[in-house]
Design a binder for this molecule. Structure first.
Ligand SMILES: Nc1ncnc2c1ncn2[C@@H]1O[C@H](COP(=O)(O)OP(=O)(O)O)[C@@H](O)[C@H]1O
Ligand SMILES: [Mg+2]
Length: 308
């Protein structure tokens, strides 16, 4: 089985759903549902990959606190190897509080371990055991971000494939992107990220422009599925219709599905995007990023059922 290393943020998502009204300054309001779940782009992708049945490893920083234990134990319960997860007393495990009402989501993040994670000590020998590395969410990882170009080049030297899902860059400067793109095997972005990066509105054109900068861009387009460039030709792959409950982590679950389909089932790019779309769509059917726990058989059954 191919060994996949997920690299990035480790944080908890506190989900508060059904707010009675929008948050009001200096007032207390109530909500109708509350759940603490594993969050963060890298961990959600790792959990989705492990649920599909893939050999999954995590590299990141967690606090020496209750939420750090919650994250590590939660990953281990899904069979994720956590021996490369570092622990710290300096800061606490990152937390995002998500407040949702109708189709709005208001978030407050304590970055903690997310911005404190760093990787200047990582060497070729640390990467060699893996077949694929996914870097996720670098724009909140202020200390780790400057290491990524070096690690991508190292991975290339030792024959490890790489993928990156940058998530949103609040500055929209997309620092280091020009160093990263030429080194990657796969590059995942959503519609907003693709538009901001290329300064082009049309998604197919944005995907085509990215093809000039990276080997295989994949542009995720929510309920419209995703676009992928195959031999210079941009192909739109439709999604699987669902009635979403919560779209947190859909993109990270998509990444895991796509990588699993490529690495374990040897699917072509378009079929791998179709499989990623199915894992992404299924993730929209439960609250939080990690609760769908889609297995390979469930994803296949879901696609079979939706076809009719
Ligand atoms: N409403 C939806 N219906 C069906 N599939 C969806 C829906 N929202 C997301 N997905 C699936 O999840 C993938 C990622 O979602 P998207 O919102 O584009 O990314 P991100 O979560 O990174 O912003 C999409 O490409 C699609 O396959
Ligand atoms: Mg995303």
């Amino acid at each position: 089985m191919k060994q996949v290393l997920f690299v990035g943020d480790i944080n908890v998502d506190v989900m508060m759903g059904g707010l009675e009204c929008f948050p009001v300054l200096n007032k207390e309001i109530t909500c109708t549902s509350y759940e603490t779940t594993m969050g963060s782009s890298a961990v959600i992708a790792a959990c989705a990959y492990a649920s599909l049945g893939g050999a999954t490893h995590m590299l990141g920083l967690a606090g020496n606190d209750a939420y750090g234990n919650f994250m590590v134990e939660g990953m281990e319960a899904l069979g994720i190897h956590t021996d490369m997860v570092r622990r710290t007393d300096r800061v606490r495990t990152g937390v995002t509080v998500n407040m949702t009402m109708d189709d709005t989501r208001t978030q407050v993040t304590y970055p903690g371990t997310i911005s404190e994670f760093e990787g200047s000590d990582l060497m070729a020998a640390d990467l060699e055991p893996f077949d694929m590395m996914l870097f996720a969410g670098p724009y909140q990882q202020t200390k780790f971000r400057p290491e990524i170009a070096r690690l991508l080049a190292l991975a290339k030297d030792v024959g490890v494939q790489t993928a990156l899902d940058p998530q949103w860059d609040a500055t929209e400067n997309w620092e280091h992107m020009n160093e990263w793109l030429p080194l990657l095997t796969y590059f995942f972005v959503n519609e907003d990220e693709a538009r901001s990066l290329t300064q082009v509105d049309d998604l197919a054109e944005a995907c085509r422009l990215l093809t000039e900068r990276t080997a295989c861009p994949i542009v995720k387009a929510g309920k419209d599925g995703a676009l992928v460039s195959v031999e210079g030709q941009v192909t739109a792959v439709p999604s699987w219709p669902v009635d979403p409950v919560d779209t947190t982590g859909a993109g990270d679950s998509f990444d895991a599905g796509f990588l699993y389909a490529r690495l374990e089932d040897g699917l072509g790019l378009v079929d791998a995007v179709r499989f990623g779309n199915a894992v992404g769509a299924r993730s929209c059917l439960s609250v939080g990023g990690v609760n769908a726990k889609t297995t390979r058989e469930q994803a296949k059954g879901f696609m079979e059922k939706q076809r009719w």
